[in-house]
Design a protein around this ligand. Structure first.
Ligand code: DOR
Length: 455
């Protein structure tokens, strides 16, 4: 697609709207969706024939770890954003556990400057909580929200003292999200299993109880303080108990590995599926999937957390936790749509619309007049096998190596510009923009039917 195109017509697509799929043509002008129902003969500088393809809103992944600054031997904002574009992800919200961690607005701005130079998709960066930085968190603006590690993971960010948590919930206004694993329980389990080299013990150390205690604690804090709170990567069906009742303050998400993998996969995949929170049981996979379908959980993210294969091959527990996923997440879900397990509008809700609404991202997440043309064309007939060596992530591997999926993104547009296509590759010059947030217009809450809005 040429740089100069003012008006682009995506002709004859199957357009994935919030509640239906409609055949038609979408007219884009200056990066904005001008007309969802444009005629197929409307004048445009450029016409893209979408016959046989589905047009979806670009994925917004609200939980990724892209490693820059400081850990760029694993990933950086260029390699990660290219992986995003090739996976149909047009925007990401990145976590603060870089080196140094992003715990001040200066730290956030430093990341934004790197992203402006290196990221081919749109970006936003969470500010990380520490036991002492509530005043800094209270001042923060133009970020998606505050990230708390209630249980420790990669890096040294941890806030598990009740007084510090109460202070953060009481003294800040930005939405909060948290990694919920109870540090005391994890440490006790680790002591009990000290000396183990069995990777399966990872799920015994970071067990269901650890997840439940922390999720209960965090959701209690949110309700008491009436503070918007998003539970990251729910890993157990047991935690659903704290999310089932609709609340104006609570939303939650699952990550793909928690519905695709379980402890029976350790013999086959070893540390490739070593994650925090740990992967759990088959019953948890099924319970979490059901919770997505019934609206108890609203968002799918990846927790893309690359480590090199060399690091991953260290014996447990020296092997680090985390796996890359951003370039396969949409395809994994499209494959589920192809097999009839869910619909494309549901996927668009879980992966685009709900994250945009929860984090108050302006102009994103839907195919609707006036929205930004961050879009992905997908081919539901395309079959492709995932191979480590073909991954765009700098870590060059995937826990889904060897799996063949049907349904793949074939072209990704950011602000109406093609940044990647399976035929033409990447536009090496294009750079994405900083996402804009409007938390006043938030007011989203979980209902049995999905997400409600204040309007
Ligand atoms: O397994 C994990 N690894 N979980 C996280 O939440 C963080 C991540 C990382 O940054 O490596």
């Amino acid at each position: 697609m040429s740089e100069a195109a003012n008006r682009t017509l995506l002709r004859n697509a199957n357009i994935v709207l919030p509640t239906e799929i409609r055949q038609g043509s979408v007219l884009i002008e200056k990066g904005i969706i001008l007309e969802v129902d444009a005629g197929s003969t409307v004048q445009a500088d450029e016409v893209i024939d979408c016959t046989g393809l589905h047009l979806m809103p670009g994925v917004i992944d609200d939980q990724v770890h892209f490693r820059e600054p400081g850990l760029t031997h694993k990933e950086d904002l260029e390699s990660a954003s290219r992986a995003c574009a090739a996976g149909g992800v047009t925007g990401f919200l990145e976590m603060p556990n870089t080196k140094p961690p992003a715990i001040t607005m200066e730290g956030i701005q430093a990341k934004e400057e790197i992203a402006a130079k290196k990221s081919c998709v749109n970006y936003g960066f969470y500010i990380g909580a520490t036991p002492e930085n509530a005043p800094e968190l209270a001042k923060a603006t133009n970020v998606p929200g505050i990230k708390i590690f209630i249980g420790s993971s990669t890096g040294n960010l941890l806030v598990d003292e009740q007084a510090a948590l109460e202070r953060i919930f009481a003294e800040t206004t930005l939405p909060i999200c948290a990694h919920c694993e109870d540090e005391t329980t994890v440490r006790q389990n680790a002591e009990r299993l000290a000396g183990t080299t069995d990777i399966a013990d990872h799920s015994r150390i970071r067990d269901e109880r650890a997840a439940m205690i922390a999720t209960k604690r965090a959701t209690d804090l949110a309700k008491r303080h009436k503070h918007r709170f998003h539970v990251l990567h729910v890993s157990t069906a047991a935690e659903l108990e704290f999310l089932a009742e609709p609340s104006p303050y609570l939303t939650s998400e699952i990550c793909l590995h928690h519905i695709f993998f379980n402890v029976e996969d350790y013999p086959r995949l070893g540390s490739r599926i070593q994650m925090n929170p740990s992967i759990k049981t088959k019953a948890d996979n099924e319970g979490l999937w059901k919770a997505l379908l019934d609206g108890t959980i609203q968002v799918i993210a990846t927790d893309h957390a690359p480590h090199t294969l060399e690091e991953k091959s260290l014996p447990y527990p020296q092997s680090p936790s985390g796996l890359p996923a951003v370039e396969n997440s949409l395809a994994l879900m499209l494959n589920r749509a192809v097999t009839g397990e869910c619909t494309l509008p549901q996927i668009a809700s879980w992966m685009s619309d709900a994250p945009a609404r929860i984090w108050g991202i302006i102009g994103k997440g839907r195919i609707e007049n006036g929205y930004d043309a961050d879009l992905v064309l997908v081919d539901l007939e395309k079959q492709k096998t995932i191979y480590d060596e073909e991954q765009h992530t700098k870590s060059r591997w995937s826990p889904w190596h060897g799996e063949t999926l049907t349904g793949w993104p074939v072209c990704t547009l950011v602000g109406g510009k093609e940044v990647w296509s399976s035929e033409r590759g990447f536009d090496d010059q294009f750079r994405g923009s900083k996402l804009r947030f409007d938390h006043q217009r938030g007011g989203f809450w979980a209902t049995p039917d999905g997400i409600g809005t204040a309007d």
